[in-house]
Design a protein around this ligand. Structure first.
Ligand SMILES: Cc1ncc(COP(=O)(O)O)c(C=O)c1O
Length: 411
């Protein structure tokens, strides 16, 4: 009898099959029509989108759409090749030039997704004799970059400078000559907390480590010209590599890495997730280039942060157990168990609000979350509508704590 290759998935299948089918199933829902960066038709109803990561609302920007349409009409639907074969068009080079200008760096390399940027850069930079030191709450693409390479991988406690120092100290004691790459994120995607980059980069440099910061959720959102948390916290000169994505604030798809390291360009010859995959289509490249130009001078950042404060404070005041502190446009409600989280999601979609149901293993500490990622394109009326619906459903599910209960808990 041959082994059923799918048998190992039985527990997850059983849990999946317990979710109600039909319009309340968060894993089968689809957008019937997208009306704007903040609204879509779902289950036949107009629905507010509260979890798109479309921080700047760029997906419907007229200039981006025009740039994409022009490229589509003149250059076709795809490149049908890798960057190292027939897949480099002038547009890819322009996009890399735009990234260099945006970050004020010497070098920039574009990948087909942000996932592949982390996969490629991390697995290629750190070899068998090197160490990668990562935050325990790192994104899956960072973990997968570690798994694809041959370096030794060491984790430190989330956002804990002291614990990072302990790890680096031990590595240096055991192997004074080792190459070390410390990988951090500007904003952590599930709970929206920022990394204390000043402390973390200072410690990394003390131990002669290279530092890579993934600004996936912070490009466009933080920093004077939207470069991210490294710019916001004024530590760009301590960061050797910045990785990011075009799939959130930039409103399309693609990834990148920028650096001032003089040998950086060699990645194009040795990085497999860059070399062995097709390059981004011309329309995507054109809209990403336009969006980067727009977000560097944008006044949308302050609107976005106002939206975030309005939602985070409103949810907190209502008595929800919040996983976030309003440090970013991400708001996350902690829901005790998976069954209640799934029910919460179903009630919210029926009320006309699409939220992210975030479950382990995508979340830290096994949390079940109702996660929102706001856009500068949300109006205050939309935020207030979301709040009204969250409170209605939260009350129905018994998830609102009274002030007295809270005070007792913290006493
Ligand atoms: C921190 C982080 N890095 C990388 C990625 C991957 O980006 P992409 O969607 O472009 O593959 C994500 C996406 O969610 C992310 O949250």
């Amino acid at each position: 009898m041959t082994q059923d290759l799918f048998e190992k998935f039985n527990p997850i299948l059983n849990s999946y099959n317990s979710i109600p089918s039909g319009e309340n199933n968060p894993f089968t829902v689809s957008m019937e029509k997208v009306l704007s960066p903040t609204t879509a038709i779902i289950n036949g109803r107009e629905t507010i989108l509260a979890g798109t990561n479309n921080y700047m609302g760029m997906t419907f920007n007229e200039e981006c759409i025009k740039a994409a349409t022009d490229a589509l009409m003149t250059l076709g639907t795809g490149t049908t090749g890798s960057r190292v074969l027939n897949g480099t068009y002038n547009g890819h080079k322009n996009l890399e030039e735009t990234l260099k200008k945006f970050y004020d760096t010497e070098y920039a390399v574009v990948f087909s997704t942000g996932y592949q940027a982390n996969l490629g850069v991390i697995s290629t930079l750190a070899g068998p004799k090197d160490y990668i030191v990562i935050d325990a709450d790192s994104h899956a693409s960072i973990y997968d970059g570690c798994a694809l390479g041959n370096a030794s991988v060491v984790r430190f406690k989330h956002n804990d400078p002291e614990n990072l120092e302990k790890r680096l100290n031990r590595i240096r004691r055991d192997d004074p000559e080792a190459g070390i790459l410390v990988v951090l994120e500007g904003v952590y995607s599930m709970l929206g907390d920022q990394a204390p980059l000043k402390e973390l980069t200072t410690i990394s440099k003390k131990y002669d480590a290279y530092v890579l910061v993934d600004e996936a959720h912070s490009i466009g959102v933080f920093g004077k010209t939207g470069r991210g948390v490294a710019q916001e916290q004024d530590v760009e000169d301590q960061v050797d590599f910045i990785v990011g994505t075009f799939s959130k604030s930039v409103g399309t798809i693609g990834g990148y890495c920028v650096s001032n390291h003089p040998k950086f360009e060699v990645l194009r010859l040795v990085c497999r997730p860059y070399m062995f995959t097709a390059s981004l289509p011309p329309s995507v490249v054109a809209s990403a280039t336009k969006a980067l130009e727009l977000i560097s001078n944008s006044n949308l950042r302050s609107k976005l942060l106002q939206n975030s404060a309005r939602l985070n404070n409103g949810l907190d005041d209502a008595g929800f157990d919040m996983g976030t502190t309003g440090e970013s446009p991400i708001a996350a409600i902690i829901v005790g168990d998976q069954k209640t989280a799934i029910a919460f999601w179903g009630e919210m979609i029926r009320e006309g609000v699409y939220v992210n149901l975030a479950l382990p293993p995508a979340t830290p500490n096994g949390l079940n979350l109702m996660r929102c990622s706001l856009s500068a394109a949300h109006s205050f009326e939309q935020i207030d509508f979301m709040l009204e619906k969250f409170i209605k459903v939260g009350r129905k599910l018994g998830l609102l704590q009274s002030v007295t209960e809270r005070n007792l808990e913290t006493a």
